[in-house]
Design a protein around this ligand. Structure first.
Ligand code: ATP
Length: 331
């Protein structure tokens, strides 16, 4: 290896270690990837704290799977730095692989084997040893509610059972970081909720989840932070609430007991739309605590009695459309 190459590899190791010291499970900077002359990732920046759920959103073809493939060492990047669990994916891919689990659209479940046999296969692959392997299989079958189905072939499992088995198989290696690629696509609402509960329990146990999903409701439920990928760039990043506040449409709805109260409130608030029949006032609002307090202070100063107050924020669908539409329609 040339001096220059080994120096840059040492620098990479240092950068990975310092990201791990900052408590980051995933640190990505300047990530670039093209397929031929098609630029897919154009300098991506991502920082995922340990023990959190991070969701990457993007329209079909935005580059989500490409990002997951690079982060999980399946393909190489053209440029930039990627550290996962404190290891550089380019210089230390084996250490990254030992620290991660990947589950999703392409399940690792073998249909001809039973749930128990699938899990045993994983404990053998991880060289857990006979007794420890058996104990781990029993624990995972219990935890994932698969005890009754343990001796049935996986081909007879429902979609939800199969996803649970797939995730249980990933957990045999006790990964620190799990890439969940569309974990609930095609599942019924009950199975989806049970999967969400499992994800929450994993995170409570310190695991970091990198989630891609086509259900924005799922990102809203699970993710601590969300990044929106569009045309190879991260166009927005923040908590679900921060993202919702970035687009217009949020408002506070005030309901009053009498028309007199409604009229006093209209004078006190100024810019608002009122519905005299429903005795309601709709006040545009950015969702922040500070402007809510300012609004309540104004009503309080004018001694206006509010019967009911509710806040309405745009949902992630609105955010996603607002953030990605502009670029799609741009010339
Ligand atoms: P989806 O939600 O549809 O899975 P995605 O956001 O995961 O989309 P990618 O699969 O990462 O998107 O693909 C990003 C772009 O790169 C697409 O235009 C895709 O056609 C292209 N692409 C992906 N893999 C390859 C490949 N092996 N060779 C050439 N082009 C590719």
């Amino acid at each position: 290896m040339s001096e220059l190459a080994s120096e840059s590899s040492a620098q990479r190791e240092l950068a990975s270690e310092s990201s791990a010291q900052r408590g980051e499970a995933i640190a990505v900077s300047g990530l670039r990837k093209s397929y031929g002359d098609h630029l897919v990732l154009d300098g991506i920046e991502l920082h995922v704290p340990r023990g959190t759920v991070f969701s990457l959103l993007g329209a079909n073809g935005a580059g989500k799977t490409t990002t997951v493939k690079i982060l999980s060492t399946l393909i190489a990047a053209d440029g930039g730095r990627v550290a996962v669990a404190g290891h550089d994916v380019a210089t230390d891919p084996d250490a990254v692989r030992a620290a991660i689990g990947v589950t999703g659209q392409f399940s690792a479940v073998d249909n001809l084997l039973t749930g128990q046999e699938n899990l045993q296969l994983m404990t053998d692959l991880h060289h857990l040893g006979r007794a420890a392997g058996r104990a781990r299989v029993a624990e995972l079958l219990r935890r994932f509610d698969l005890v009754d189905a343990a001796t049935k072939p996986a081909s007879t499992y429902s979609g939800g059972m199969r996803r649970r088995l797939d995730l249980a198989m990933t957990l045999v290696g006790s990964p620190q970081v799990i890439f969940l690629d569309e974990p609930t696509t095609g599942l019924d609402p009950r199975s989806r909720r049970s999967m969400w509960q499992i994800v929450r329990e994993l995170v409570a146990g310190g695991v970091t989840i990198f989630l891609t999903t086509q259900y924005l409701e799922e990102a809203d439920e699970l993710a601590d932070r969300i990044a929106v990928l569009d045309h190879g760039r991260i166009v927005a990043e923040g908590t679900p609430d921060e993202l919702k506040r970035r687009i217009p449409g949020g408002h506070v709805l005030l309901r009053f007991a009498t028309l007199a109260d409604l009229e006093s409130a209209t004078r006190a608030v100024g810019h608002a739309s009122r519905d005299g029949d429903a005795l309601e006032l709709r006040v545009p609002h950015d969702g922040s605590l500070r402007s809510l307090k300012a609004l309540l202070d104004r009503l309080d100063t004018d001694l206006v009695e509010v019967e009911q107050l509710s806040m309405h924020t745009p949902d992630l669908d609105d955010v996603f459309l607002a953030l990605t539409e502009r670029k799609v329609t741009a010339p």
